[in-house]
Design a protein around this ligand. Structure first.
Ligand code: HEM
Length: 414
């Protein structure tokens, strides 16, 4: 049995936070493998990247999710008791609940609500002179996803809810004040979402059939039990929070259009828009890793994986793996022309199957919202991009251009 190359440092947590998205890739290059072991949060952790690794990682016979997410992430990003930490039948049942929300009609409807919000804001943008795209798109997405999910949202609440949802995302890998802001956002968010669920169950709130709020409030597990209030709140936030997070991908799409202006014309074609959006999801950093634990001892490629060991799959590193993606550091949407699709190579939102595994439930929504945004940015408005800090710091997780992407002189094309 070969020994997994091992980092000598007694603990690499700070190195991981410092290196960010490149932490696993840099060490893989150093060891000349796609696997190594290190200690993170004082615990031995196997790190993997690449296509074969992704296929292994998404084999539910070999890994479980229970206990894989560190407590800090649960207190901010995911909450406790949600679909992310479930395995087996409990996971299948809960995941089916999420996927029932993702019909093509429902996905298009969310896209339309977002486009309507964008159109409605245009007069204010034209007057404002200067607009920070990340702030504006996050706020539009909060309104759109609440309307879509059957969640009532007053104008007075909008900024607070948007800020809380964003704080949960922004704090995922943070220490200090950013972490505490995320905890506060989650606390307030779960309280809000829990109240909504109770009002639906009590009959004082009646969201339309098929909306996320109604489906989650009324969901019964395999034994006929409703979700506990706190778990239902976590699951409602599992729809609202990541939809608002799509604002980051919209900003990256705007940045890509800015850096590669020829694509402003090319994306007028639907197929090219699809390729462009895939490349934005591949190229720009979002979630660095996914985490699991070994279900029971097994061997793979001559390496031993002991039961209970934490394993991280490098999502960013797999999306940038030179053997999978030629010239991975070049932004080339053409690479997706005729791409047959592969559930284990393009993994910004996880790999494997949507229904059977832990792949992101909102991937189709994400793609729809990004396509709408690209069309709005190229066909509906014109704008100037003044000098600003557009650098994307790969040691900052989750990443974003420093300025949040400021545009000026926004005008409507038609
Ligand atoms: C901003 C774009 C998004 C990114 C980068 C993203 C990324 C991810 C990643 C990396 C995972 C974990 C995969 C794993 O554990 O193996 C995940 C899971 C999940 N995502 Fe997303 N996501 C996004 C948008 C969305 C949206 C819009 C929704 C819902 C409407 C959503 C709902 C979920 C849910 C419910 C899970 C848990 C799935 C499970 O454990 O079975 N995500 N996402």
């Amino acid at each position: 049995m070969a020994t997994i190359p091992t980092d000598r440092s007694p603990d690499s947590t700070l190195a991981f936070l410092r290196a960010g998205y490149r932490f696993i890739g840099q060490r893989c290059e150093r060891y000349g493998t796609d696997i190594f072991q290190t200690r993170l949060l004082l615990e031995p952790t196997i790190c993997l990247r690449g296509r074969a690794a992704a296929e292994l990682f998404y084999d539910a016979d070999r890994f479980v999710r229970e206990g894989a997410m560190p407590a800090r992430g649960q207190r901010t990003l995911t909450g406790r008791g949600g679909v992310q930490g479930l395995d087996g039948d409990a996971h299948h049942d809960r995941k089916a609940m999420f996927m029932s929300l993702m019909t093509p009609t429902a996905v298009r409807r969310l896209g339309q609500l977002f486009a309507d919000e964008w159109q409605a804001r245009l007069p204010a943008w034209e007057l404002a002179g200067t607009v920070t795209l990340h702030t504006e798109v996050a706020s539009m997405l909060t309104r759109a996803v609440c309307a879509w999910a059957g969640v009532p949202l007053s104008d007075g609440e909008l900024d607070r809810r948007t800020a809380d949802l964003q704080a949960m995302i922004d704090s995922a890998a943070a220490l200090g004040p950013r972490h505490w802001r995320g905890r506060l956002g989650r606390l307030r968010g779960e309280h809000w979402a829990g109240d909504l669920v109770e009002r639906v169950r009590g009959g004082s709130l009646s969201p339309p059939d098929g909306t996320a709020l109604r489906v989650i409030a009324e969901h019964r597990d395999g034994e006929g039990h409703r979700l506990p209030r706190r778990v239902a709140a976590v699951e409602l936030l599992n729809v609202l929070r990541p939809t608002v997070a799509v604002a980051r991908f919209v900003v990256f799409a705007a940045l890509a259009l800015h850096d590669h202006p020829a694509w402003r014309q090319r994306v007028r074609d639907d197929e090219a828009t699809g390729q462009f959006v895939q490349e934005v999801r591949r190229y720009y950093p979002f979630f660095p890793v996914a985490a699991a634990r070994v279900r029971r001892d097994f061997d793979w490629q001559g390496y031993h994986f002991p039961q209970g060991r934490r394993v991280l799959l490098d999502l960013y590193g797999t999306d940038h793996h030179p053997e999978v993606w030629p010239e991975p550091e070049r932004f080339r949407p053409e690479r997706f022309a005729g791409w047959p699709g592969d559930p284990f190579t393009l993994v910004p939102q996880g790999g494997g199957g949507h229904l059977t595994g832990h792949r992101c439930a909102g991937e189709w929504i994400t793609i729809e919202l990004m396509k709408r945004a690209v069309t709005l940015l190229t066909e509906v408005i014109r704008y100037d991009v003044p000098p600003q800090d557009l650098a994307v710091d790969l040691s900052r997780m989750p990443a974003l251009p420093g300025s949040g992407f400021v545009v000026t002189a926004v005008r409507r094309v038609h």
